[in-house]
Design a protein around this ligand. Structure first.
Ligand code: 13P
Length: 123
């Protein structure tokens, strides 16, 4: 199972908390991340991650490409709904390709719990 993990800056603490809480289940997966999110996860949880570019430098598009190639089974993208992002078109493209490919997508912690539970079983 390959899961993508992405968080905007204001949500990175929540992402690290979420990954820590689900470390056993997520540790069984291939984890793909954007650049800074992946560094925080690797440094603070010890889990191995496959880091792509930082979001503003094309990381969302790289992960979107993997989704288009059927290489990702679920996405947790903790978006900041209160801050405008310079790379909003890339973010929209990532969300859109999840819908095009019918890939489970969580954009907040409550739905992330459900996606991880649904894909990986409770832990
Ligand atoms: O900007 C992002 C997603 O749109 C996340 O990128 P970083 O993980 O590099 O901060």
């Amino acid at each position: 199972m390959r899961i993508a993990l992405i968080a905007h800056d204001e949500l990175k603490d929540e992402m690290v908390e979420f990954v820590t809480a689900h470390a056993d289940a997520l540790g069984e997966c291939d984890l793909v991340t954007t650049g800074t999110t992946g560094k925080r996860i690797a440094d603070e949880t010890g889990l191995a991650v496959n880091r792509q570019a930082s979001g503003p430098y094309g990381g969302d598009l790289q992960i979107g490409g993997m989704i288009a190639d059927d290489e990702i089974h679920g996405v947790v993208f903790l978006r900041d709904p209160l801050t405008a992002q310079a790379h909003e078109p890339d973010i929209s493209a990532l969300l859109r390709v999840c819908d095009v490919k019918d890939v489970p997508l969580a954009t907040n912690v409550a739905s992330a719990e459900m996606v991880v539970d649904g894909l990986l079983g409770g832990d």
